[in-house]
Design a protein around this ligand. Structure first.
Ligand code: HMG
Ligand code: MG
Length: 299
């Protein structure tokens, strides 16, 4: 399979990245991050989550963040919604696209959203119906596609029916999440081969956490499988509060650098993206998780 001419990056730093931070982060800093990202050319930014603040306290101010950002023409600003309550709150905040999230492992589903996989899919039905009514696009996630923090191995055959169910209920795209970052390039190729028999490749995306340092290799393996949408996080921010030890997503800067080397267009200004990542890293009081940003700023 030949490589795509263009790749679309879904920037999940403000959501997947910051959701895991225990220290308070001001609404102003979150707004600045989102605005920096849109100015760097990111056309899709996951801004926050409308989830229970008892489960993920850091995302509690998502409405305020939406109210504060400068929405640029042509940029999609999205949010997670786990149930109808979250969808309604997202709608009230002016959100135009939401994401629902299921898992390929029962234990993770219970720990993350307090219900079984099939209950979660039922819970999404009213969201899909409301979304159709309000002309809101819905993206779907499947977590633990290459391993589960509670169950260990997850087979691609467990992932495919969940991805298919999300696509069938109306998700225009399904992002496959290696939540704990244990998957390798070989696992990734096999995963997409199996899932693509149920969901067209053009409707699949890759979401790789970098815990084992495999994320960039997995992005490349996905490209070879005909996948052209990737979730990434500026400065490699993040983790998942319900997957202990899991680190952030593959750094957006590193994915852009990889794509530039392959001659694949992302529409992103790497220098501005690096600057956005350095700024939020400074706010958080840590060094950036992007290898490219570190190399470019080494003295
Ligand atoms: P529950 O406790 O079963 O919910 O949680 P409930 O319906 O019984 O309600 C309990 C309380 O929560 C009630 O309040 C509700 O009003 C409130 P109380 O009466 O006790 O005061 N509540 C809400 N509040 C605000 N917004 C809402 C909402 N819903 C109920 N939407 C629930 C179920 C799904 C709500 C909870 O488990 C939850 O919020 N989970 C979210 C977990 C999460 O955000 N995880 C991280 C995102 S997923 C991820 O990172 C993986 C991903 O990146 C892909 C990958 O890497 O694999 C996407
Ligand atoms: Mg994630």
């Amino acid at each position: 399979m030949s490589l795509p001419e263009k790749v679309r990056l879904v920037e999940v730093g403000p959501r997947d990245g910051l959701q895991n931070e225990a220290q308070p982060i001001s609404v102003a800093d979150k707004v600045r991050l989102v605005d920096d990202l849109s100015e760097a050319g990111l056309a899709y930014i996951e801004v926050g989550s409308f989830v229970s603040p008892k489960w993920v306290p850091q995302m509690a101010g998502s409405s305020e963040v939406f109210a504060g950002i400068r929405q640029r023409e042509g940029v999609t600003y999205a949010a997670l919604a786990p149930n109808l309550r979250g969808f309604d709150d997202a709608l009230a905040a002016g959100v135009k696209e939401v994401a629902v999230f299921a898992a390929a492992s029962e234990s993770f589903s219970q720990r993350n959203i307090n219900c079984s996989i099939s209950e979660s899919l039922k819970r999404f039905e009213p969201i899909m119906e409301a979304a159709r009514k309000h002309d809101i696009r819905v993206r779907g996630y499947v977590s633990c596609v290459l391993g589960c923090p509670y169950e260990g191995t997850v087979r691609a055959e467990q992932v495919a029916p969940v991805a298919r169910a999300l696509q069938q209920m109306g998700c225009y795209e399904v992002s496959l999440g290696d939540t704990i970052g244990t998957g390798t390039a070989g696992d990734t190729r096999r995963l997409f081969e199996i899932v693509a028999a149920q969901v067209p490749r053009a409707q699949l995306a890759g979401h790789f956490h970098d815990t084992y340092g495999q994320a960039l290799a997995n992005v490349y393996a996905s490209l070879l499988e005909g996948i052209s949408v990737f979730d990434s996080s500026v400065a490699g921010l993040g983790g998942c509060p319900y997957a202990k030890g899991a680190t952030g997503n593959v750094a957006s800067e590193d994915v852009v650098y990889l794509m530039q080397g392959l001659g694949i267009d992302t529409g992103i200004d790497l220098d501005r993206l690096i600057a956005a990542g350095l700024r939020i890293s400074e706010v958080l009081g840590r060094t950036t998780g992007s290898r490219v940003a570190r190399a470019r700023t080494a003295h």
